[in-house]
Design a protein around this ligand. Structure first.
Ligand code: CA
Length: 482
């Protein structure tokens, strides 16, 4: 009997080892910040060149209807990490930059009751790293090292300057001069809570750190999870001369700088892929590339053919460029047109990792893996929401099969058929009033589950919320004619 138990133990042990080495992929998220839908070669960019991204996209699956949880940074990232709409835990606004006089909000962050996907993977034995922009809270309970990441390199705020000469020492000098609160964009970079002296252009530094982590992690038997969150091409528009030189044909200086910033990301992705290849990790690594929201119009981005951009509940605000790459596992050379959302990543990654999702954890997305492999629709007849609160009213986007309902800028609800009108130009609300009412009613039911925001990104937004009796969803979800 003793020998039998030992044998069973040996078999179980070996199975666990096999699982660790081959059955569970490494997972790499490469997130861009404010990257436009049309600003990568694989989505049709002509003036911006992204050879490394295009090569991966061509060998993988490109998602043409990929949504994020919110049309701007912080809430989108909190949705990704928590697997829930950010509204559900009071986070539909960005955490404010430091220096705006709302310090109590600077001390907030992604809700402590939410177990993040990083923690789920860490608990399942993954080595985990967050590199780049965080924007989910700067205080200790919200710091990446306390939210499932073994390794953190980057900055905690919502944006940053790119050249070390422009921020190195600035924070210290201003603090010494007695300035009470310093803009996040000049804060020192940090490694696991300790300030560091960086010497490279930001995008190159983050790529270097990603490669460093992959080298370290792939030397162990454990699978790894890398969250590489470039702040490029988010403002400030700052590019290296060598990258700018490649785009002299672009006459608009903002577009030229933006193009050079995207190219630096592409170069970094190439470096990361080289490292994954050298370490023999590439064949067992799922790479997911996307943007946290649409490109910002007026700052060099192009979301064509989608309407509007960052911040909007039209498609350009929160439908983003995206691909999956994993040799022999993700279909190669395929375009996937069914709607998916970044909220799906949490359950999908947990499934691939054979990781346990905590009992009672609320999730708004679903495990889409089998659908991705089969090319089938993961949510026929189901709905994806976006809701952005503005000063005294709310914008809402509702995606349901090929239909899109949108209410923006306090104007009446509109209905579009995205299958024939991806640019949301022909309002069909008068032609299909019942479809519109049904979609709006579903969004209204969803909205009433959402609590009051825990913070606001500026004082004006907070005052307006209070003085105008927000959220007054009765007005938001009233369909014209009713
Ligand atoms: Ca963003």
């Amino acid at each position: 009997m003793k020998y039998l138990l030992a044998l069973i133990g040996l078999v179980m042990c070996c199975n666990a080892d096999v699982l660790a080495q081959s059955d569970r992929p490494n997972i790499v998220i490469i997130l861009c910040d404010d990257l436009g839908y049309a600003d990568v070669g694989f989505n049709g960019a002509k003036d911006i060149v992204t050879p490394q991204l295009d090569r991966l996209a061509a060998a993988g699956t490109v998602f043409t209807s990929a949504y994020v949880a919110h049309p701007f940074c912080g809430p989108s990232r909190m949705g990704l990490m928590s697997g829930r709409y950010p509204h559900a835990f009071g986070a539909p606004f960005n955490l404010p930059n430091a220096g705006l006089g709302i310090e109590s909000y600077n001390r907030q962050g992604i809700d402590q009751s939410e177990t993040l996907i990083s923690t789920v993977l860490q608990d399942a034995g993954y080595a985990t790293a967050a590199i780049g922009k965080w924007h989910m809270g700067i205080e200790k309970p919200f710091h990446p090292n306390h939210r499932g990441f073994d390794d953190f390199y980057g900055f905690l705020g919502g944006g940053h300057k790119y050249f070390p000469a422009d921020y190195q020492g600035v924070y210290e000098r201003q603090t010494r001069s007695g300035k009470p609160s310093i803009n996040d964009y000049v804060s020192p970079l940090q490694r696991n809570g300790e300030d560091v002296k960086e010497t490279e252009y930001m995008t190159d530094a983050l790529s270097r750190e990603a490669a460093r982590f992959v080298k370290q992690a792939s030397a162990s038997e454990r699978p790894f999870f890398l969250y590489l969150a470039y702040n490029a091409p988010h403002s400030p528009l700052e590019a290296k001369d060598e990258d700018l030189a490649l785009f002299e044909n672009i006459t608009d200086v903002k577009r030229r700088t933006y193009a050079a910033m995207v190219y630096a990301v592409d170069r970094g992705v190439g470096k990361l892929v080289d490292t994954l290849t050298e370490t023999n990790a590439i064949d067992n690594t799922l790479i997911v590339f996307f943007s946290d929201n649409g490109g910002k119009l007026g700052l060099g981005a192009d979301n064509g053919p989608l309407r509007e951009g960052k911040g909007s509940t039209f498609e350009g605000g929160y439908r983003v460029p995206m691909f999956f790459h994993w040799p022999d596992n993700v279909p190669s050379g395929v375009r996937f047109d069914h709607p998916v959302t970044a909220l799906d990543f949490y359950p999908t990654f947990a499934g691939l990792a054979h990781a346990k999702i905590p009992d009672g954890k609320q999730l708004d997305g679903k495990d889409i893996w089998q659908n991705v492999v089969a090319g089938s629709n993961p949510r026929a007849g189901e709905t994806i929401f976006a809701m952005r609160h503005r000063d005294g009213f709310s914008d809402v986007g509702i995606r349901h099969d090929q239909w899109k309902a949108c209410r923006a800028y306090n104007a009446p609800w509109k209905l579009f058929d995205l299958a024939s009108d991806i640019g949301e130009t022909r309002d069909l609300s008068a032609k299909y009033p019942d479809m519109l009412r049904q979609m709006v009613a579903e969004a209204e039911r969803w909205s009433h589950e959402q609590p009051t925001p825990k913070w606001f990104d500026n004082l004006k937004a907070e005052n307006k919320w209070k003085t105008s009796g927000m959220p007054h969803f009765d007005q938001t979800f009233r369909v014209q004619g009713d």
